[in-house]
Each structure stands twice: as C-alpha cells, then as structure tokens.
Design a protein around this ligand. Structure first.
Ligand code: RTP
Ligand code: MG
Length: 134
C-alpha cells in the first residue's frame, strides 16, 4: 500500500441527508478513481477498532454512538497523493474551522457530525482498508 490509496467513509449523517452523490462527485472531479465501495451498518466492535486511537478521549463514546447510528458508505480511492488530497477536500475536523469549498466547510456544523472520514497516513490507510475490505 502507498500514498496512492486511501480509505474514506461517508458517515451516517452524510448518508441520511442524501449527500452521497455530491461527496463522490467531489472526489471524482479532483481526479481520484473509485476502487471499491459498499454500504454497511458498522457494529460497535468494528467502530471501536476503527477509532482505537481515540479510545481514551472524552468524546469516544459519543463518537462510537454516532458512527454506528445508521448506515455508512465505505470506499477505497486511488490517485497521486490520494491520502492528502482527500484530507484537503474534507477540510478541518471542526466544520466551524473548515474552509468554505471543503466538504466539512460546506456541509457540516458540528465537530461530532462532520460527514466524512479519510485516512490520515499510509499506515492508517492500510489498516482501515484491511479492517473494512477483508
Ligand atoms: P476522521 O478520523 O473521522 O477522519 O476525523 P479527523 O481525522 O479529522 O479527526 P480525529 O481527530 O481523528 O477525530 C475523529 C472523529 O471524532 C469526532 N470528534 N469529536 N467532540 C470532539 O471534540 C470531537 N473531536 C473529534 C469527529 O467525528 C472526528 O471526525
Ligand atoms: Mg482521524
């Protein structure tokens, strides 16, 4: 695995609002290529594994409740520097600080419900792809 591949999740609020097509279009317009995609309802166990780096954080339980609250779309995207390209398109974690034009800047208000997840390093991309696409 290299920086050519990244794992992306459209979180339950993004799916529920009907923003799946809009979000996918943004990645396609950038020039990234969709490699794999599925809709799933993730278990609490899988959610805890996915966000294991945050297990000591005060927002961990709220995060697990949110991410398991409805179906999500999980995807693998490919392209040059795909990891950083996706993170840039997503915008800052806190939508109040995300630039207009970014997904979170345009579409979200809350730091918990921020529409989309993208891997933050080659190591997490590999780990997350293995977790969701085994
Ligand atoms: P993600 O992992 O979902 O792509 O988000 P990120 O890298 O931009 O941010 P991260 O620090 O990894 O946080 C993971 C997710 O936890 C929720 N969060 N809530 N209440 C809070 O202070 C807080 N901080 C983070 C968000 O859903 C964030 O995306
Ligand atoms: Mg993160």
């Amino acid at each position: 695995m290299s920086n050519k591949h990244t794992f992306v999740m459209i979180k339950p609020d993004g799916v529920e609002r009907g923003d799946v097509g809009n979000i996918i279009s943004r990645f396609e317009n950038k020039g990234l290529e969709l490699q794999n995609m599925k809709l799933m309802h993730i278990s609490r166990d899988l959610a805890k594994k996915h966000y294991q780096e945050h297990k000591e954080k005060p927002f961990f339980n709220e995060l697990i409740d949110y991410i398991t609250s409805g179906p999500v779309i999980v995807m693998i995207w490919e392209g040059e520097n795909a990891i950083s390209a996706v993170r840039f398109l997503m915008g800052a974690t806190d939508p109040q600080k995300a630039e207009p034009g970014s997904i979170r800047g345009d579409m979200a208000l809350s730091i918990t419900k921020n529409i989309v997840h993208g891997s933050d390093s080659e190591e997490s991309a590999q780990r997350e792809i293995n977790l969701f696409f085994k």
